[in-house]
Design a protein around this ligand. Structure first.
Ligand code: SAM
Length: 455
């Protein structure tokens, strides 16, 4: 790989920060970024590699497979995620009682790395609000959330300001802020090209605005996890110093094993963790945990009035479709039936009435001419009762044809809806019509890559 050319002011600053380590830092940019994935513990079967030390689910891969051509990727068996950012797991585990029902906000959630990770860490009676302000990105977020298969999540597309309507509501807020991306230079050439001091200043101001907007919605004693993938102090410790000057906060120290080579920084009251690519196997990253130490009156949510329950006749028909029917209530929105966790029924109703909602719970079926047509989301759900439906295991070529929404030939089967699987992982639905098969993979999700392509 050719020598990496850094923006000059960045190089000057980093040389001053890193001193003798600069050469190693620069050298690390001649290598490609490490490839890593995080397994979905609720689905299991996926790729494996060397363990990422700070995550129970993260693995490094020795090479970059063509993920798009791996059907298990589309089944939500794993998520491709940069290793350093999986440190979120330590931040959450070490500061939060994960066995309690929590309300968690992931404010800048697309494409879904932190949200899917949070879903693997919180319990099923906890609610995740996965929010993304950019509409097109909120759709991608919703798709990745559906693949992960959990129902205790609502995907929203709201401006951070909107969260002021929810004072004291969340136990945990994750702000994975839009930033200047200095830690991603080796992965993303655009991040280096677009870098400028002016952009750092703009990012820093935007981050302060975001923090100001969401701060009231954090409960007293709740934790805010702030992260960026950039090194500069303006977007990290200086913003947090500013937060501490304007609010009563406690920075939380995490226990970090020395062999992880993560740098703990302490500046005034601020405690944070910085990841450098020459010290560990991962890209540049910064994270800090801030506990709210000031009083905040909590909003009282109104109960039960925001959703219409499906009729008993319809709900009863759906009982065998899922493993744990008691966990859910079925709501009806026009002809769409959605499963909402019973314990989160009021919360989800309330949040959908306050925020612009993209998806919630798990869509299970559509009513068409009095028949129940299964929704794609329930095929990918971790709650699906696989035994109830006929299932057809596909070869790799058939699975890719299915994911391209091509014609599928799988031999004669019983008429009606069937699941298609690959290595036991559910990919979606087909409808067997006797002489042909309807491929029900969602059109907007279909893959466009050929088997001889790489990437
Ligand atoms: N958390 C995501 C993950 O782990 O997959 C990555 C988030 S990325 C670092 C930052 C996100 O902030 C982007 O999705 C971007 O669209 C969003 N964003 C951009 N401007 C924003 C704003 N003004 N307020 C909140 N979020 C914003």
């Amino acid at each position: 790989m050719p020598d990496y050319i850094f923006p000059l002011p960045f190089e000057t600053r980093m040389k001053a920060t890193l001193g003798g380590e600069w050469t190693d830092f620069a050298k690390a940019h001649k290598d490609a970024s490490p490839v890593s994935i995080r397994l979905n513990p609720a689905k299991g079967k996926g790729l494996n590699g060397n363990k990422i030390p700070w995550s129970d689910f993260g693995y490094y891969l020795s090479e970059r497979p063509a993920f798009t051509l791996d059907p298990t990727f589309h089944a939500g068996a794993y998520y491709v995620q940069e290793a350093s950012s999986m440190f979120l797991e330590q931040a959450l585990k070490q500061t939060t009682e994960l066995d309690k029902p929590l309300r968690v906000l992931d404010l800048s959630a697309a494409p879904g790395g932190k949200s899917t990770h949070l879903l693997s860490l919180i319990n099923q009676d906890s609610l995740l609000v996965a929010n993304e302000v950019i509409r097109s990105r909120a759709q991608i977020l919703s798709e990745n959330i559906q693949k992960w298969g959990c129902a205790n999540v609502i995907v929203t597309n709201s401006d951070p300001q909107t969260f002021q309507k929810l004072p004291g509501y969340f136990d945990v807020i994750v702000v994975d802020a839009p930033c200047s991306g200095e830690g991603l230079f080796r992965k993303d050439a655009d991040a280096a090209r677009e870098w400028s001091e002016d952009n750092i200043n703009l990012c820093s101001l935007r981050q302060r605005r975001i923090l100001t907007d969401v701060w009231p919605s954090l409960k007293e004693n709740g934790v805010l996890i702030y992260s960026t993938c950039t090194y500069n102090a303006k977007e990290n410790e200086e913003n947090l110093t500013w937060l501490a000057e304007n609010h009563t906060v406690e920075f939380v120290s995490l226990s970090v094993k020395p062999e992880w080579n993560i740098e703990e920084i302490k500046v005034g009251p601020v405690v944070g963790y910085r990841f450098y690519p020459h010290r560990l196997i991962g890209d540049g990253f910064f994270l800090s945990v801030i506990r709210k130490a000031e009083t905040e009156a909590s909003i009282r949510i109104r109960s039960g009035k925001n959703f219409s329950l499906a009729s008993k006749k319809i709900s009863d028909q759906l009982i065998p479709w899922i493993n744990d029917a008691n966990y859910f209530r079925t709501i009806r929105q026009e002809d769409l039936l959605i499963q909402i966790p019973d314990a989160l029924y009021d919360d989800m109703g309330f949040i959908s009435s306050q925020l612009h909602t993209v998806s919630k719970g798990t869509a299970i079926a559509e009513i068409k001419h009095e028949k129940l047509i299964p929704e794609h989301a329930i095929a990918l759900s971790i709650h699906l009762n696989k035994e109830y439906f006929p299932a057809i295991e596909l070869t790799s070529d058939q699975a890719l044809a299915y994911l391209r929404k091509d014609n599928l030939v799988v031999g004669e089967g019983k008429r009606g809806f069937a699941l298609v699987t690959y290595n036991g992982n559910v990919l979606g639905w087909i409808n067997q019509l006797g002489n042909r098969i309807n491929n029900l993979y969602p059109s907007s999700w279909r893959i466009r890559m050929n088997a001889n392509a790489s990437g």
